[in-house]
Design a protein around this ligand. Sequence first.
Ligand code: GAL
Length: 402
Amino acid sequence: MRNGGRNVVKTSFLTYNELNYMNTKIKMKAIIFCLCFACALPLGAQTNLLPNGEIWSDENGVHINAHGGGILFHDGRYYWFGEHKIEGTAGNLAHVGVHCYSSSDLRNWTDEGIALHVSDNPESDIARGRCILERPKVIYNAQTKKFVMWFHLEVGGNYQSARSGVAVADCVTGPYQFLRSMRINEGFWPMNVAGHLKELLRPDEVEYIAELRLTGGFHPDYPRDMVFRRDFIGGQMARDMTLFVDDDGKAYHIYSSEENGTLHIAELADDYLSHSGAFVRIFPGRFHEAPAIFKKDGKYFLFASGCTGWAPNAARLATAERIMGEWTELGNPCRGSKEECETTFRAQSTFVLKVHDKDEWIFMADRWCPNNAIDGRYVWIPIRFDAAGTPYLTLEENEPGE
Ligand code: GAL
């Protein structure tokens, strides 16, 4: 649907009398048809979202500044955390921190201020104007009653360090205290690799990999089974990322690793402040970025993009029965014009939001503006499901499922 208006749900039903006149076989077929048709459509009136790609004003009339963000629903309100950008290309570095907004309806947003401030200490990993701080996500730990924020951090501001930052707060809106930055799961092997790969790289392999000059973009000779071995000592790289809390309270950090060529799904420790050491590699050599995950009816779904920097590309969808895999790719989830499908509606995924108390999920994406970072726009699309339960994305209103 176009996000400006309400979506009217149309279902077809037969009257009791009509049903009574049918023989049982036809009756069964009619009932199954009605059920399938109803299932393929969204349930209830869809959440009324802001118009994609336009200026999204907060209650002060200021464009919302929360790029690459994620949303936490807590105590009856949605809290949106994202990168605060400034004007120009300078805005691609972190000058301010992580901005927070809150809303009860996903349409009217209150500015809650800066949840995590960058540091004025030039020695800090999150030094103002000297680092890149991207894709912040916040989760709530019910055991410790703390709010935990993770983000992609490039200390030095040049996409070399591929680190993760963690910060913590007692109150959802902050202030968040920066704890530390790190590479991930130093000294742990992935759970899903064969024993013969659980070996450090030989010196000739170290040299080989160095000569490839992997830059974080697609490389035709990407060595699928080497980078995680190189980074066993020192920890795994992590760039584009998201967080996910499962029904059992276990939390996961999902990130582009191994020079962006391979996704990792890594379990967090019980307090969510570090990693447990359990992790899997998925889709080695596919260069997935911008992961955004959700769970529906016991199945996991993962949206991602390809790896083309700020320029949008075709989205990818994958599914699994268990979060640690096996994961299977399902192709491009977009439906629309060629251009819309090839560019994910000119946007890149950042998060999937479960609407509270509704059988509804929203695909959140960014339309980046790297030349004037503050002017990045937002594209939020209610996720549709076809008759087989496979998610898809469309801007068409009332498009029937299959
Ligand atoms: C994108 C990534 C963004 C940002 C950008 C820098 O692929 O999703 O978060 O890192 O690259 O070029």
